[in-house]
Design a protein around this ligand. Structure first.
Ligand code: PMV
Length: 327
């Protein structure tokens, strides 16, 4: 036995400008740039390389095999790639991951898990110090979740496909934002985001969604920089609904939202009508995230907690730390 072990943590991130669909000429690249906020919830992943052992993956106490879906296969692929790169072919990689947020509900558990697994695997193999940024991004992308790349950084993060390669950059804002993530459905989604990305171009609305990205990124970036929460809220909600319009009109269609999801959207519209700046955003799942100023978060949280559809509210401010090795 010669165990080499590392544990890494990464934040979940919620997209204000969404990555949905892949580039026309390269399915490994996103169709458009995206921008997200890192949250305080995250995933903690430990990778241990053990001589003579088999590869294994346990997520939230559940053993996952390489045949359990595309993301599982990608996670085993990541472990194998890192093991081989370190010349540890006769070692087995044993990975365990715990998430603060429910899995498979559009709460970015796979983004946080993918970023934490990438760092933990590299650190366990002794490769982290000599891994370049480009190599780190490529390896993290191989987990099957491009949104995982944004979890490598804290704060407000932009992901761009630049001339065939992926690049991260950071943005600033004077806003003190809180995100109230509302659990309205505990069952995992039926259509994976990987399957959804592959279907995005079948929607007649996809060309407009793809073409709007640059303008939306510029407007969201400016609203953040100016600290204009009213403008930001309007843009963020419009962006989420535009992505869901693409999902709903893909063939076959994808309906991630439930009645409870739309109830939260309507509740937030009513809160806005009372003069509180807030908006909803929604990723590939039924659980909405409500964005508001931290100074008004208690009041917004009270409204959300009183709604019968909302099973739990997870509250977070902006997380400044990106993925990092904890031991
Ligand atoms: O890269 P994936 O498969 O995790 O895609 C996630 C895409 C959305 O969460 C729906 C939007 C986004 O930009 O995070």
């Amino acid at each position: 036995m010669n165990p080499r072990r590392a544990t890494a943590w990464a934040p979940v991130n919620i997209a204000l400008v969404k990555h949905w669909g892949t580039a026309r000429n390269d399915p490994a690249l996103p169709a458009r740039s995206s921008l997200s906020l890192a949250l305080e919830h995250g995933a903690t992943t430990t990778v241990e390389l053990v001589a003579g052992a088999e590869d294994s993956l346990v997520v939230g106490g559940r053993s996952i095999g390489p045949g359990d879906g595309e993301k599982a296969a990608a996670a085993y692929g990541l472990l194998a790639r890192v093991r081989e790169a370190a010349g540890l072919g006769d070692f087995g990689a044993q990975a365990t991951s715990e998430s603060d947020v429910p899995l498979g509900g559009g709460m970015a558990s796979s983004a946080a898990g993918g970023a934490a697994a990438t760092l933990a695997a590299l650190a366990a193999a002794g490769l982290l110090e000599r891994t370049t940024e480009d190599e780190l991004l490529a390896l993290c992308a191989s987990t099957g979740s491009l949104s995982a790349l944004r979890s490598l950084r804290g704060g407000i993060v932009r992901l761009d496909p630049e001339g065939g390669r992926l690049a991260l950059s950071s943005l600033g804002s004077p806003l003190d934002l809180t995100v109230l993530s509302c659990l309205v459905e505990t069952r995992p989604k039926i259509v994976s985001s990987s399957a959804g990305h592959a279907r995005a171009r079948t929607s007649p609305f996809f060309p407009a969604f793809e073409a709007a990205a640059e303008e939306r990124l510029a407007a969201v970036g400016e609203a953040l920089l100016r600290g204009d929460l009213r403008a930001l809220a309007e843009l963020v909600e419009a962006e989420a609904l535009a992505m869901h319009a693409v999902m709903l009109t893909s063939r076959p269609s994808i309906v991630y939202a439930t009645d409870a999801t739309w109830s939260v959207f309507r509740l937030v519209a009513a809160i806005r009508a009372e003069g509180i700046e807030a908006c909803c955003t929604l990723d590939a799942g039924p659980n909405p995230h409500v964005l508001c100023a931290t100074s008004q978060a208690d009041e917004v949280a009270r409204h959300l907690a009183a709604a019968p559809e909302v099973l739990r509210v997870m509250r977070s401010r902006l997380e400044r730390r990106g993925a990092h090795v904890v031991s």
